[in-house]
Ligand binder design. Structure first.
Ligand code: C2E
Ligand code: MG
Ligand code: MG
Ligand code: MG
Length: 292
């Protein structure tokens, strides 16, 4: 429908809403088979330290749909959460990440890199979540200390003692925990203080205008101070500009992720880039300008 069809706005509404509902229903059906049809794949987005050296990556799911093309996770993970498909999908992501860590441990320029894996609330709340993760980690032979699970505050409002119990059980294996999208959720500071986390991940909505919005920069400084007081590392996501990186560094932030360093890329590109950084330090600058 065209913008100029103002007189037909009601008809336009009917034409556009109906296919949207149909598409949602067909996506739901197709998602059930996406995993076994090998349509899911993982992208890797580098995380760097204050020296802009790679310390690891976040693993981000993509759906290569046969006719619709690449579907971003925001469009299918909520559906997978509702249908329960997120449970087998989440296990697959974790298994892939652990295999990758095991693989990386064998080569000098990748040994020691960490992978952060997003865990949905539905997945974490499965009664056998701890056993499942333990089995995946042990089967892969990876060093559990290199695996970081990203949780969101949405999962914490539920049964806090059960959440703490599960985190502690997995921390005993060496797995670390990050609280993703931090700052936009509802959790109280008293609950937050009880969680045995390793990292707070500042939501990218606070980073966006950090250089121009005093309220946002105040929140970011507060989160960084909170992390220090609770002995958690703090990572900023959505860092796009050098100016943001500089401000975050001045505020005491230790880890960074965002388009300034790299967009999420397929594994081969990620590895090629790491190789280049090892042999020529200026390679990161080229990564930033999109040559990889
Ligand atoms: P998230 O975990 O907060 O991941 C960060 C998102 O921010 C990613 O979007 C990433 O591409 C994007 N991003 C990173 N740096 C920048 C930047 O500088 N600027 C901007 N504008 N965006 C940036 P993506 O890959 O579309 O993932 C969206 C969300 O989908 C993730 O948010 C996460 O909640 C979810 N997700 C992705 N993979 C998985 C998965 O395997 N399991 C689960 N449960 N959720 C996943
Ligand atoms: Mg995340
Ligand atoms: Mg996030
Ligand atoms: Mg997010």
């Amino acid at each position: 429908a065209k913008k100029s069809d103002k007189l037909n706005s009601i008809q336009m509404y009917d034409e556009t809403l109906h296919p949207a509902i149909e598409q949602r229903a067909s996506l739901e059906n197709e998602l059930a088979f996406a995993l076994q049809a090998n349509q899911l794949l993982l992208y890797y987005q580098v995380q760097v330290n204050a020296d802009q050296q790679p310390i690891g990556a976040e693993v981000l799911l993509r759906w290569q749909h046969p006719t619709l093309g690449m579907i971003p996770p925001d469009q299918f993970i909520p559906i997978a959460e509702e249908t329960g498909d997120i449970v087998p999908i989440g296990h697959w992501v974790l298994a892939q990440a652990c295999q990758q860590l095991k693989h990386w441990a064998d080569s000098a320029h990748t040994a020691g890199l960490k992978l952060s894996v997003n865990v949905s609330a539905k997945q974490f709340s499965q009664p056998d979540f701890v056993r499942q993760v333990t089995e995946i980690v042990l089967a892969s032979g990876c060093d559990a200390r290199h695996l970081c699970l990203e949780l969101t505050e949405s999962l914490i409002v539920k049964n806090i003692d059960e959440v703490i119990g599960k985190i502690k059980a997995l921390k005993a294996l060496g797995i670390t925990f990050s609280l993703d999208d931090f700052g936009i959720g509802q959790s109280s500071l008293s609950v937050l203080r009880r969680l045995p986390l390793d990292e707070l991940k500042i939501d990218r909505s606070f980073i966006k205008d950090i250089a121009h919005n005093n309220y946002d920069s105040f929140i970011v400084q507060t989160i960084i101070n909170m992390g220090k007081n609770l002995s958690h590392s703090v990572i900023a996501e959505g860092v796009e500009l050098q100016q943001q990186m500089t401000m975050l560094q001045q505020m005491g932030c230790q880890r960074f992720q965002g388009y300034l360093f790299s967009k999420p890329v397929p594994l081969a590109e990620f590895e090629a880039c790491l190789q280049a950084i090892l042999t020529q330090p200026e390679a990161l600058a080229r990564l930033q300008t999109g040559l990889y």
